[in-house]
Ligand binder design. Structure first.
Ligand code: CP
Length: 301
Protein backbone atom coordinates (compact mmCIF):
# COMPACT_ATOMS: atom_id res chain seq x y z
CA UNK A 1 0.00 0.00 0.00
CA UNK A 2 1.55 3.30 -1.07
CA UNK A 3 0.52 5.63 1.73
CA UNK A 4 2.16 9.07 1.53
CA UNK A 5 2.50 9.77 5.24
CA UNK A 6 5.88 11.45 5.50
CA UNK A 7 8.94 12.31 3.46
CA UNK A 8 11.36 10.32 5.63
CA UNK A 9 9.23 7.19 5.33
CA UNK A 10 9.13 7.39 1.53
CA UNK A 11 11.92 6.00 -0.63
CA UNK A 12 14.18 8.76 -2.04
CA UNK A 13 13.93 7.29 -5.54
CA UNK A 14 10.14 7.47 -5.33
CA UNK A 15 10.33 11.07 -4.07
CA UNK A 16 12.59 11.99 -6.98
CA UNK A 17 10.24 10.30 -9.45
CA UNK A 18 7.30 12.26 -7.99
CA UNK A 19 9.12 15.61 -8.36
CA UNK A 20 10.05 14.78 -11.97
CA UNK A 21 6.52 13.61 -12.74
CA UNK A 22 5.07 16.80 -11.22
CA UNK A 23 7.35 18.97 -13.36
CA UNK A 24 6.42 17.02 -16.50
CA UNK A 25 2.68 17.28 -15.79
CA UNK A 26 3.02 21.00 -15.13
CA UNK A 27 4.87 21.55 -18.42
CA UNK A 28 2.40 19.43 -20.37
CA UNK A 29 -0.59 21.61 -19.48
CA UNK A 30 1.11 25.03 -19.53
CA UNK A 31 -1.23 27.79 -20.66
CA UNK A 32 -4.40 25.74 -20.52
CA UNK A 33 -7.50 26.81 -18.59
CA UNK A 34 -7.34 25.27 -15.12
CA UNK A 35 -10.57 23.34 -15.52
CA UNK A 36 -9.53 21.40 -18.59
CA UNK A 37 -8.38 17.80 -18.13
CA UNK A 38 -4.80 16.72 -18.69
CA UNK A 39 -4.02 14.78 -21.89
CA UNK A 40 -3.65 11.74 -19.66
CA UNK A 41 -6.44 11.19 -17.12
CA UNK A 42 -5.03 8.45 -14.87
CA UNK A 43 -7.58 9.07 -12.11
CA UNK A 44 -10.56 8.40 -14.41
CA UNK A 45 -12.97 6.21 -12.45
CA UNK A 46 -11.27 7.00 -9.13
CA UNK A 47 -12.98 8.67 -6.19
CA UNK A 48 -10.91 10.71 -3.72
CA UNK A 49 -12.01 11.85 -0.24
CA UNK A 50 -10.40 14.91 1.32
CA UNK A 51 -10.88 15.09 5.11
CA UNK A 52 -10.25 18.42 6.83
CA UNK A 53 -10.22 18.72 10.60
CA UNK A 54 -8.45 22.10 10.25
CA UNK A 55 -8.95 25.05 7.88
CA UNK A 56 -7.30 25.11 4.47
CA UNK A 57 -7.17 27.15 1.28
CA UNK A 58 -4.22 25.79 -0.73
CA UNK A 59 -4.44 22.12 0.25
CA UNK A 60 -8.15 21.89 -0.35
CA UNK A 61 -8.23 23.73 -3.67
CA UNK A 62 -5.07 22.19 -5.09
CA UNK A 63 -6.19 18.64 -4.30
CA UNK A 64 -9.68 19.26 -5.70
CA UNK A 65 -8.38 20.80 -8.91
CA UNK A 66 -5.66 18.16 -9.24
CA UNK A 67 -8.08 15.25 -8.99
CA UNK A 68 -10.37 16.83 -11.57
CA UNK A 69 -7.54 17.58 -13.99
CA UNK A 70 -6.56 13.90 -13.82
CA UNK A 71 -10.12 12.79 -14.55
CA UNK A 72 -11.12 11.68 -11.05
CA UNK A 73 -13.97 12.62 -8.74
CA UNK A 74 -13.46 14.26 -5.37
CA UNK A 75 -15.43 14.96 -2.21
CA UNK A 76 -14.52 17.21 0.68
CA UNK A 77 -15.42 16.06 4.20
CA UNK A 78 -15.15 18.43 7.14
CA UNK A 79 -14.24 16.62 10.34
CA UNK A 80 -16.90 18.23 12.49
CA UNK A 81 -19.60 17.32 9.97
CA UNK A 82 -18.59 13.64 9.97
CA UNK A 83 -19.45 11.05 12.61
CA UNK A 84 -15.68 11.01 13.21
CA UNK A 85 -16.17 14.31 15.01
CA UNK A 86 -18.98 12.82 17.10
CA UNK A 87 -17.52 9.64 18.52
CA UNK A 88 -17.11 7.19 15.63
CA UNK A 89 -13.65 5.66 15.78
CA UNK A 90 -10.91 6.47 13.33
CA UNK A 91 -10.56 2.77 12.54
CA UNK A 92 -14.24 2.37 11.64
CA UNK A 93 -14.15 5.59 9.61
CA UNK A 94 -11.15 4.25 7.70
CA UNK A 95 -12.84 0.91 7.00
CA UNK A 96 -16.07 2.55 5.86
CA UNK A 97 -14.46 5.19 3.63
CA UNK A 98 -12.33 2.48 2.02
CA UNK A 99 -15.55 0.88 0.74
CA UNK A 100 -16.53 4.10 -1.08
CA UNK A 101 -13.34 5.78 -2.23
CA UNK A 102 -9.99 4.86 -3.78
CA UNK A 103 -7.80 7.38 -1.96
CA UNK A 104 -8.03 9.41 1.26
CA UNK A 105 -6.25 12.69 2.01
CA UNK A 106 -6.44 13.76 5.65
CA UNK A 107 -5.56 17.01 7.43
CA UNK A 108 -5.74 16.48 11.16
CA UNK A 109 -4.25 17.49 14.50
CA UNK A 110 -2.47 14.50 15.99
CA UNK A 111 -0.12 12.41 13.88
CA UNK A 112 -1.54 9.35 15.64
CA UNK A 113 -4.92 10.03 14.02
CA UNK A 114 -3.40 9.96 10.54
CA UNK A 115 -1.41 6.81 11.30
CA UNK A 116 -4.50 5.07 12.63
CA UNK A 117 -6.42 6.05 9.52
CA UNK A 118 -3.66 4.57 7.37
CA UNK A 119 -3.46 1.41 9.48
CA UNK A 120 -7.11 0.60 9.04
CA UNK A 121 -7.78 1.96 5.54
CA UNK A 122 -7.56 -0.48 2.67
CA UNK A 123 -6.84 2.37 0.26
CA UNK A 124 -3.85 4.76 0.26
CA UNK A 125 -3.83 7.68 2.71
CA UNK A 126 -2.05 11.01 2.14
CA UNK A 127 -0.88 13.32 4.93
CA UNK A 128 -2.40 16.75 4.24
CA UNK A 129 -0.76 18.18 7.42
CA UNK A 130 -0.61 17.16 11.04
CA UNK A 131 0.76 18.98 14.06
CA UNK A 132 4.07 17.21 13.35
CA UNK A 133 4.60 17.34 9.59
CA UNK A 134 3.46 18.75 6.24
CA UNK A 135 5.08 16.60 3.55
CA UNK A 136 2.95 17.68 0.57
CA UNK A 137 4.09 21.25 1.16
CA UNK A 138 7.76 20.36 1.10
CA UNK A 139 7.40 18.28 -2.07
CA UNK A 140 6.06 21.45 -3.70
CA UNK A 141 8.91 23.46 -2.18
CA UNK A 142 11.59 21.10 -3.54
CA UNK A 143 9.90 21.22 -6.93
CA UNK A 144 9.81 25.02 -6.81
CA UNK A 145 13.47 25.34 -5.87
CA UNK A 146 14.55 23.03 -8.69
CA UNK A 147 12.30 24.79 -11.20
CA UNK A 148 14.18 28.05 -10.50
CA UNK A 149 17.68 26.95 -9.54
CA UNK A 150 18.25 23.34 -10.62
CA UNK A 151 19.03 20.39 -8.34
CA UNK A 152 18.56 21.06 -4.62
CA UNK A 153 21.20 18.45 -3.75
CA UNK A 154 24.10 20.06 -1.91
CA UNK A 155 22.39 23.47 -1.61
CA UNK A 156 22.05 25.45 1.61
CA UNK A 157 18.52 25.99 2.93
CA UNK A 158 17.96 28.21 5.97
CA UNK A 159 14.80 28.14 8.05
CA UNK A 160 14.26 31.26 10.15
CA UNK A 161 11.63 31.20 12.90
CA UNK A 162 9.61 28.53 14.68
CA UNK A 163 10.78 24.90 14.51
CA UNK A 164 7.30 23.73 13.59
CA UNK A 165 5.65 20.97 11.55
CA UNK A 166 6.63 22.50 8.20
CA UNK A 167 10.24 22.70 9.37
CA UNK A 168 10.04 19.02 10.35
CA UNK A 169 9.18 18.02 6.80
CA UNK A 170 12.03 20.23 5.52
CA UNK A 171 14.34 18.34 7.87
CA UNK A 172 13.11 15.01 6.51
CA UNK A 173 13.58 16.32 2.96
CA UNK A 174 17.14 17.45 3.74
CA UNK A 175 18.11 13.83 4.30
CA UNK A 176 16.10 12.35 1.42
CA UNK A 177 17.11 14.99 -1.18
CA UNK A 178 20.60 15.51 0.29
CA UNK A 179 20.68 19.25 0.97
CA UNK A 180 22.05 21.21 3.94
CA UNK A 181 19.48 22.67 6.32
CA UNK A 182 20.18 25.31 8.96
CA UNK A 183 17.67 26.27 11.64
CA UNK A 184 17.82 29.75 13.11
CA UNK A 185 15.35 30.56 15.85
CA UNK A 186 15.05 30.97 19.61
CA UNK A 187 15.87 27.97 21.77
CA UNK A 188 12.36 27.60 23.26
CA UNK A 189 11.01 27.09 19.73
CA UNK A 190 13.64 24.58 18.65
CA UNK A 191 12.46 21.68 16.46
CA UNK A 192 11.55 18.45 18.21
CA UNK A 193 14.44 16.25 19.33
CA UNK A 194 13.45 13.48 16.91
CA UNK A 195 14.87 15.68 14.13
CA UNK A 196 18.33 15.98 15.68
CA UNK A 197 21.04 15.21 13.17
CA UNK A 198 19.02 16.36 10.16
CA UNK A 199 19.98 20.05 10.44
CA UNK A 200 22.40 22.44 12.11
CA UNK A 201 21.48 25.31 14.42
CA UNK A 202 22.81 28.87 14.27
CA UNK A 203 21.09 31.23 16.70
CA UNK A 204 22.28 34.37 14.91
CA UNK A 205 20.03 34.82 11.84
CA UNK A 206 22.52 37.05 10.01
CA UNK A 207 25.23 34.41 10.31
CA UNK A 208 22.78 31.62 9.52
CA UNK A 209 21.79 32.97 6.11
CA UNK A 210 25.36 33.53 4.89
CA UNK A 211 25.73 31.48 1.70
CA UNK A 212 22.05 30.46 1.69
CA UNK A 213 20.49 29.36 -1.61
CA UNK A 214 17.03 29.42 -0.06
CA UNK A 215 15.58 31.23 2.96
CA UNK A 216 12.30 29.93 4.35
CA UNK A 217 9.98 31.01 7.11
CA UNK A 218 6.46 30.32 8.33
CA UNK A 219 3.83 31.89 10.52
CA UNK A 220 4.90 32.52 14.10
CA UNK A 221 1.68 31.06 15.54
CA UNK A 222 0.63 27.80 13.85
CA UNK A 223 -2.92 26.43 13.69
CA UNK A 224 -2.22 24.08 16.59
CA UNK A 225 -0.62 26.72 18.83
CA UNK A 226 -2.78 28.37 21.51
CA UNK A 227 -3.63 31.98 20.66
CA UNK A 228 -2.67 32.83 24.26
CA UNK A 229 0.94 32.20 23.21
CA UNK A 230 0.78 34.86 20.49
CA UNK A 231 2.44 37.74 22.30
CA UNK A 232 5.19 35.59 23.79
CA UNK A 233 5.96 34.02 20.42
CA UNK A 234 6.07 37.39 18.71
CA UNK A 235 8.57 38.60 21.29
CA UNK A 236 10.67 35.44 20.87
CA UNK A 237 10.63 35.52 17.07
CA UNK A 238 10.83 39.23 16.22
CA UNK A 239 14.60 39.01 15.68
CA UNK A 240 14.08 36.23 13.12
CA UNK A 241 11.88 38.21 10.74
CA UNK A 242 12.91 37.73 7.11
CA UNK A 243 13.40 41.25 5.80
CA UNK A 244 15.46 42.87 3.06
CA UNK A 245 18.41 43.31 5.41
CA UNK A 246 18.47 39.59 6.20
CA UNK A 247 17.99 38.52 2.56
CA UNK A 248 20.94 40.75 1.61
CA UNK A 249 23.19 38.47 3.71
CA UNK A 250 22.19 35.38 1.69
CA UNK A 251 23.54 34.58 -1.78
CA UNK A 252 22.58 37.28 -4.32
CA UNK A 253 20.36 34.81 -6.18
CA UNK A 254 18.85 33.24 -3.05
CA UNK A 255 15.17 32.35 -3.19
CA UNK A 256 12.61 33.14 -0.51
CA UNK A 257 9.76 30.75 0.34
CA UNK A 258 6.79 30.76 2.70
CA UNK A 259 4.15 28.03 2.59
CA UNK A 260 1.37 30.59 3.26
CA UNK A 261 -0.89 31.79 4.74
CA UNK A 262 1.42 34.58 5.92
CA UNK A 263 1.09 37.31 8.47
CA UNK A 264 2.69 40.00 6.38
CA UNK A 265 5.28 42.13 8.16
CA UNK A 266 5.49 39.69 11.06
CA UNK A 267 7.55 36.65 9.98
CA UNK A 268 8.46 38.25 6.64
CA UNK A 269 8.10 41.75 5.28
CA UNK A 270 5.92 42.49 2.28
CA UNK A 271 9.05 43.89 0.68
CA UNK A 272 10.56 40.39 0.72
CA UNK A 273 7.34 38.52 -0.01
CA UNK A 274 6.70 40.60 -3.11
CA UNK A 275 10.37 41.16 -3.95
CA UNK A 276 12.74 39.64 -6.51
CA UNK A 277 13.84 36.70 -4.32
CA UNK A 278 10.31 35.53 -3.60
CA UNK A 279 8.76 32.47 -5.27
CA UNK A 280 5.85 32.12 -2.85
CA UNK A 281 3.12 31.97 -5.47
CA UNK A 282 5.02 29.47 -7.63
CA UNK A 283 5.33 27.48 -4.41
CA UNK A 284 1.56 27.67 -3.88
CA UNK A 285 0.87 26.68 -7.50
CA UNK A 286 3.24 23.74 -7.26
CA UNK A 287 1.13 22.22 -4.48
CA UNK A 288 -1.21 21.31 -7.33
CA UNK A 289 1.41 19.65 -9.54
CA UNK A 290 3.30 17.94 -6.72
CA UNK A 291 0.14 16.47 -5.23
CA UNK A 292 -0.99 15.19 -8.61
CA UNK A 293 2.27 13.23 -8.75
CA UNK A 294 1.79 12.04 -5.16
CA UNK A 295 -1.74 10.80 -5.93
CA UNK A 296 -0.51 8.94 -9.02
CA UNK A 297 2.23 7.31 -6.98
CA UNK A 298 -0.23 6.29 -4.27
CA UNK A 299 -2.58 4.73 -6.79
CA UNK A 300 0.13 3.34 -9.06
CA UNK A 301 -1.46 4.97 -12.11
N1 CP B 1 0.27 25.85 3.05
C1 CP B 1 -0.92 25.29 3.32
O1 CP B 1 -1.02 24.11 3.66
O2 CP B 1 -1.99 26.11 3.09
P1 CP B 1 -3.49 25.82 3.57
O3 CP B 1 -3.50 25.79 5.07
O4 CP B 1 -4.27 26.98 3.02
O5 CP B 1 -3.92 24.50 2.98
Amino acid sequence: MNHFLDIHTTDPADLRAMIDSAAAMKAARAGRPKGTPDDETPLAGHMVALIFEKPSTRTRVSFEVGVQQMGGAVMVLKGDEMQLGHGETIADTARVLSRYVDLIMMRTFEEATLLEMAEHATVPVINGLTNRTHPCQIMADVMTFEEHRGPIKGRKVVWSGDGNNVFASFAHAARQFDFDLTFTGPEPLDPERALDGLYTTERNPQRAVEGADLVVTDTWVSMHDPQSARERRHNQLRGYQVNAELMAKAKPDALFMHCLPAHRDDEATSEVMDGPHSVIFDEAENRLHAQKAIMRWCLGV
